[in-house]
Ligand binder design. Structure first.
Ligand code: ADP
Length: 551
């Protein structure tokens, strides 16, 4: 995606500067500390300090439990869980409250055992389904590291007899003000063996991780309704719902609320930041009563393309996300850093600068064209999909481009040009968690800064303005960008109360949102999706769109 946008991969040997540093793991405090300094150079990183806290399974249990205590049942969207070893006795007490001996052999007891709840044990430090197992009897539980034990959702919604969960993409460019976007498309990930509670040890029945299921015997088989493989797009899922006569509008609104409430659970821990963002993968399971359950939040959702569903979701999503964040609007192949240096060089005449800029823009045209080609292709594809739709065609998502080089742009408007040009990218292989050999030179940054700014007060002003180095101001966050829909704030009112970090107020707005959505469905059982959207927008005085996957 980065290359398609004309970016260059960071090369430490050529002494390149960089603009985006994308890591699968978090960044050290030092990196964040330097972000204010980097801001003027428009450099960005893909994690927010402490943003990863909800991505640890044990933290998530803790945060959501805490919110449940304060705000009540609105937080009942995560299966009840215990952190082990710390809460082993609580778990044991709950197991015994169910009135069962922990290990029994007799037939009568075995029958009773079937009625006992099932638990799922998940090691905290593992991912992709590794180390997970199910059990009914406490005596079957064994663990040698920090682990969570969670109530197993025993009645998931099944398609063709197969269990599935959802992978939803969420982007948070700012916690102060809280700004949350969710992508319209996502993935449904299926187990590859028919679901049944008879065999708790069969991972292809109970776990929906693609990493596990693609190794199973059922992966390539043509499965009932599902077909081969183990993934659908949300569009495919919604079409299935339509065919099966399942009204799913409320489900998506509850999912949207669940995401906001989860983010709110840790918002107070996070300092104000600029030039950094989080890109989360939310895993949600739907049960047979169409109730969504949050399973976990992933810090670095997989971006690999294993199948057609991946390809049709992930690439457009990333392009749209970079547009949303203003990471290059249109890449030009120009180096901002070079220009910046030129700008600060007093010996450079204005004419020199204009000439250089003209050259750079001419050189960058092939890249602009490449980016445009990609967009045209994508638009054509969406148009085709839209045409193939019948009833809801009028509400097809329209790709928007956040900005482009304006038609009235003048070459001598040098400082404005900087806003539109972004260049090099640092791209580390997934496995490489170390710093590149040539670390970005903070000393040089400091030197540059003192050269460019009169005093440290200027820097502070930048930090307090909460604007990103490219001008993105999350106090007036756009309602959508491509397929990214702003789900929070529901109403953008700059510097209004609703934009401040008052969690209590925000939770009560989400409660109202969920209740209004429920009431609308109840009071207008025959209303179309568009009508429900309109009603909800009116009731909530929303300034933006309603998040709902395409159909
Ligand atoms: P990992 O980080 O290892 O992927 P998850 O929490 O996502 O761990 O769990 C892996 C899979 O196990 C999920 O995709 C889901 O299919 C299943 N699963 C996890 N927790 C539950 C639960 N409480 N109830 C039912 N299924 C669950």
């Amino acid at each position: 995606v980065c290359l398609e946008r004309g970016w260059r991969e960071f090369n430490s040997e050529t002494g390149d500067q960089w603009n985006l540093w994308w890591r699968t793991s978090g960044f050290s405090v030092n990196h964040h500390r330097n972000l204010y300094a980097w801001q003027v150079k428009r450099t960005y990183i893909n994690h927010i300090p402490k943003g990863s806290a909800i991505c640890r399974k044990d933290n998530l249990v803790r945060y959501l439990r805490c919110m449940r205590k304060v705000y009540g049942s609105i937080y009942d969207f995560s299966p009840h869980g215990y952190n082990l070893p710390l809460e082993y006795t609580k778990l044991a007490a709950e197991c015994s409250r169910n009135g069962r001996p922990f290990s029994s052999k007799s037939d009568a007891e075995d029958k009773l055992l079937e009625e006992k709840p099932i638990w799922i044990c998940k090691p905290v430090a593992q991912s992709q389904g590794r180390g997970i197992f199910l059990f009914r009897k406490l005596s079957e539980l064994s663990y040698d590291s920090n682990t969570i034990v969670q109530r197993y959702i025993e009645k998931p919604l099944l398609i063709g007899g197969y269990k599935f969960d959802l992978r939803l993409y969420v982007c948070i460019p700012s916690y102060h003000p809280v700004t949350i976007y969710m992508y319209k498309e996502g993935l449904a990930r299926f187990g590859t063996d028919k679901f049944s509670l008879n065999d708790l040890r069969n991972p292809f029945r109970h776990l929906t991780n693609c990493s596990i299921n693609k190794l199973g015997p059922g992966y390539t088989e043509m499965k009932d309704r599902i077909g081969s493989g183990c993934k659908w797009t949300l569009r495919q899922l919604r079409r299935y719902f339509q065919q099966a006569g399942i009204s799913d509008w409320l489900l998506w609104q509850r999912i949207s609320s669940l995401v906001i409430l989860t983010v709110l659970s840790h918002v107070n821990q996070i300092p104000p930041t600029v030039n950094c963002f989080e890109f989360f993968g939310f895993d949600v399971l739907i049960d047979s009563s169409l109730r969504p359950w949050l399973l976990e939040v992933n810090l670095s959702p997989a971006l690999s393309n294993d199948c057609d569903a991946d390809r049709s979701v992930k690439k457009p999503m990333l392009h749209d996300m970079f547009d949303l964040l203003g990471l290059p609007l249109y890449n030009t192949g120009l180096s901002v850093f070079d220009i910046w240096l030129d700008e600060s060089d007093e010996n450079n005449t204005e004419e020199d600068k204009v000439e250089r800029t003209k050259d750079a823009l001419t050189n960058s045209l092939p890249v602009l064209n490449a980016a445009d080609r990609w967009r045209r292709k994508h638009r054509k594809m969406s148009a085709r999909q839209v045409r193939s739709r019948s009833s809801s065609a009028a509400h097809a998502p329209i790709r928007t481009v956040s900005a482009t080089i304006p038609s009235n742009f003048r070459f001598n408007n040098f400082s404005k040009l900087l806003t539109f040009l972004i260049v090099e990218i640092i791209h580390l292989p997934k496995s490489n968690y170390n710093l590149p050999k040539n670390k970005p030179n903070y000393e040089t940054n400091k030197h540059l800064l003192t050269k460019m700014f009169q005093s440290i007060e200027d820097l502070k002003k930048i930090a307090n303005s909460k604007k990103w180095g490219n001008g993105r101001d999350w106090n007036c966050a756009t309602s959508s960008e491509g397929g990214w829909i702003r789900i929070w704030p529901i109403v953008v009112e700059p510097l209004n109360k609703s934009n401040t970090s008052n969690v209590k107020q925000m939770v009560s707005t989400v409660i109202k949102y969920t209740k209004t959505a429920k009431d609308l469905v109840k009071n207008h059982p025959t209303a179309s999706e568009c009508q429900l959207n309109e009603f909800l927008q009116q009731e909530m005085k929303m300034s933006g769109e309603i998040w709902i996957p395409p159909v």
